[in-house]
Design a protein around this ligand. Structure first.
Ligand code: NI
Length: 217
């Protein structure tokens, strides 16, 4: 099996419509198995053929609770019920997560790799993945379902935001406790060239005194 190259935005192939597969032959099965290997390698839940540069209506899914990947040829969603908010990413949009609405439950039909007709009823992540991958076959990305750009998170910036401070120190000071009615004061900030830079504005006034005392002491 071959690990295929995953196309990422703004590759125009991701915006094109895929063609129906007329005959399930060995070439299609080989492509499907390469896609499964590529999906495993990338750690994805699903992959659609246009993401590996093939405008064919073929998707593969690996659901968390299932042992084997599903190969779905010419998948079609025939019914959608309910709505729920989900967090979604895409191997073709690396480094981002978005919050969008997806159906609660979908019904779909497809063809298996042996040519058998399949009828599917899906909810939860199965329904979400089906909608996401079938969208790919029509040149639709989850980005198109975002209501506002604020619903899109740049993960590299999130990591930066999560690392908020270089240090956090709890200070106990009797005088301060009485004046503020607090038992503890948290000093948080960053170290720039070894100099403490207090970032937490809310407690700045109180902590400056502490820092003075600490440096005197
Ligand atoms: Ni995707």
């Amino acid at each position: 099996m071959t690990i295929l190259q995953i196309r990422t935005v703004p590759d125009p192939i991701l915006r094109r419509k895929s063609r129906k597969i007329r005959e399930v032959d060995d070439a299609i099965r080989e492509l499907a198995h390469d896609m499964v290997a590529t999906m495993y390698e990338a750690g994805g839940v699903g992959l659609a053929a246009p993401q590996v540069g093939e405008l064919k209506r073929l998707i593969v899914l690996q659901l968390p609770e299932e042992e084997e990947a599903r190969i779905l040829i010419n998948p079609e969603i025939t019914r959608r019920d309910g709505e729920r908010e989900v967090e979604e990413g895409c191997l073709s949009v690396p480094g981002y997560l978005g919050t969008i609405m997806r159906s609660e439950r979908v019904k779909a039909r497809a063809i298996s790799e042996s040519g058998a007709k399949l009828r599917l009823v899906a909810d939860q992540i199965f329904a979400q993945a089906l909608e996401h991958e079938v969208d790919h076959l029509d040149g639709i990305l989850y980005l198109d379902h975002l209501k506002s750009h604020e619903d899109l998170v740049d993960l590299s910036k999130l990591e930066e935001a999560e690392h908020q401070h270089d240090f956090e120190v709890e200070v106990e000071d009797e005088g301060l406790m009485k004046s503020r009615g607090e038992k503890r004061v948290l000093i948080a900030g960053d170290l720039t060239d070894g100099v403490a830079d207090i970032k937490d504005e809310k407690i700045l006034e109180a902590t400056e005194k502490d820092l003075e005392r600490l440096s005197e002491g």
